[in-house]
Design a binder for this molecule. Structure first.
Ligand code: DAH
Length: 331
């Protein structure tokens, strides 16, 4: 075997290896190159197999060339490995850099609907007075919506004009007063509840009427409760809502309370009716099996929309239901 051919093979290998190594774009690719050139079965070993066929005198020189080639390739590998590692660290640092001066990503912020925030505010006030939040079904029987609430069959409140009757004889509750009956059936006195909920009436919709609206019902039952307790509770509640404005109780009539009153607050120079209330009628107590000789109580009911409209100066009840973002963003 001529020494010149081995020597060219070695120098060619070095040339090609150095070019390929400098072109390696990852540590994995570099490792593959190392194996293919310097590994046990690599190209260098393959070439050196030919050494055995050399003249003994030529071996030291070719051996020295082979060593040089090996060193050059090894050096190129180490150099490239260091470069790639540095590049990798830089890239990682780059990708992990946090630029605190960048503007944030702003997600549109949601808001609580004015009817819900008003409900929450009212519930909070009564919870603060020791009341428990209760609820009841929106579909009712005649019994819970009317009969147990001392509303006789010929009472105008039962009029087909006012109530949504369902084909099966049930109805959509016209007020949250029905929750009173459910709660008293399930619980013994003393009772202090505040019950929010949706109500339904066959009203023609206009700026102040909606067929679906929201009420909050108050009920307190105990031994020895009097109209004074009712007045004090309502006064505290309305002061919480409207501030210290003049309040007046007007004698009124509701089937489920006796005596009954409507309450007005003075607002922007006018008397504004805000709720109905009264002492729970003994017939209502009897309907749920309470002894009216032992227990008395008071109740009140009012529309949430009315409070929201007055306190937020909303001119049309329908704005509360149309989900117009230009309106809702104001709250
Ligand atoms: N349920 C009545 C209505 O819908 C409001 C009401 C009046 C509720 C007097 C009461 C009450 O609890 O005592 O108009």
């Amino acid at each position: 075997m001529p020494t010149s051919s081995l020597e060219t093979q070695l120098t060619d290998l070095q040339k090609v290896a150095v070019v390929e190594i400098s072109g390696a774009d990852s540590l994995e690719a570099l490792e593959q190159l190392r194996v293919s050139y310097l590994g046990k079965k690599g190209e260098l070993s393959q070439i050196l197999k030919g050494m055995g066929k050399l003249e003994a005198g030529d071996r030291p020189r070719i051996g020295a060339v082979a060593n040089d080639v090996k060193e050059v390739v090894q050096h190129a590998l180490e150099q490239k490995k260091a470069d790639l590692q540095t590049a990798q660290i830089l890239a990682q640092l780059e990708s992990e850099t946090l630029d605190v001066t960048m503007p944030g990503v702003y997600l549109p912020q949601g808001r609580v609907h004015p009817l819900n925030s008003m409900t929450d505010r009212i519930l909070d006030t009564f919870v603060g007075l020791g009341y428990t939040v209760a609820d009841g079904p929106e579909m009712e029987t005649d019994y819970y919506n009317f009969e147990a609430l001392n509303t006789p069959p010929d009472h105008p409140a039962r009029d087909m004009q006012d109530t949504f009757y369902l084909p099966d004889g049930n109805l959509l509750r016209t007020h949250t007063s029905s929750v009173q009956i459910h709660y008293m059936e399930e619980n013994d006195p003393p009772i202090r509840i505040v019950a929010p909920g949706r109500c339904y009436r066959r009203d023609t919709e206009d700026a102040t009427h909606a067929a679906v609206f929201h009420q909050i019902e108050i009920l307190a039952i105990d031994e020895g409760l009097t109209f004074t307790d009712l007045k004090g509770t309502i006064k505290i509640f309305l002061e919480e809502m409207f501030g210290s404005v003049p309040i007046r109780f007007r004698a009124s009539y509701f089937p489920f309370t006796e005596p009954s009153a409507e309450v007005d607050v003075q607002w922007n120079g006018r008397w504004l009716e805000v709720l109905g209330c009264g002492m729970v009628d003994p017939n209502v107590l009897k309907a749920v099996g309470y002894d009216p000789e032992v227990y008395t109580g008071f109740a009140a009911g009012f529309g949430v929309e009315r409070f929201a409209m007055v306190l937020h100066q909303i001119d049309d009840i329908r704005r509360l239901y149309t989900s117009d973002l230009r309106f809702l963003r104001q709250f």
